[in-house]
Design a protein. Structure first.
Length: 180
């Protein structure tokens, strides 16, 4: 099995939309009282035209994970994005990291996270932060294994429902070279 991580461009917007819809639905559908609100959210959030605009934004970086050439996951990074729960002006947000269910446990999330850390090196943030639903135990364990710590709570409303999330942060070590 070969995992390749590449920076996505607008030509992959539909692929990212498909991964996002499938992953989000599989993970969170059970939390929604209204399937109509879930589907409206998915159609709005993962609209390929909207995603193409987002991919073009200078503050965003999309990474696409391929397994043996087949799309298996993606990550979205907002280079500069502040969260009130973190006392720092140098923050980068890992806004999304999704891996299709059939590829779980194969190191794709870890490969995406490692590439996220490579991407942000030039930004020099103090923290990479994210939010994850409080019931998403697999994601919470994954992020904790990779050094993230819970730093607060965040609430997000979709339709008529409000969902509770953990804000998690990862301090980013800045390597300073000795000037000799």
């Amino acid at each position: 099995m070969s995992i390749t991580i590449m920076q996505a461009d607008v030509s992959q917007a539909a692929t990212i939309a498909t991964i996002g819809k499938k992953s989000f639905r599989r993970t969170f559908e059970h939390l929604f009282k209204s399937k109509e609100e879930l589907f409206e959210y998915l159609e709005h959030t993962y609209n390929p035209v909207k995603l193409a605009r987002s991919i073009r934004e200078e503050n965003n970086v999309y990474l696409l994970a391929l397994v043996d050439g087949v799309p298996a996951g993606f990550a979205k990074v907002k280079k500069i994005s502040l969260n009130e729960h973190i006392e720092s002006l140098g923050q980068t947000e890992l806004q999304k990291l999704y891996v299709l269910h059939e590829y779980h446990g194969r190191g794709i999330g870890t490969a995406l996270l490692k590439e996220v850390q490579n991407v942000v090196k030039d930004i020099y943030p103090d923290y990479i932060w994210l939010d994850t639903h409080i019931s998403n135990d697999n994601a919470i364990r994954f992020y904790e294994r990779n050094g993230f710590k819970k730093m607060g709570k965040y609430f997000f409303t979709i339709g008529t429902q409000t969902f509770e999330y953990h804000v998690m942060g990862l301090p980013v070590a800045v390597e300073v070279a000795n000037a000799c």
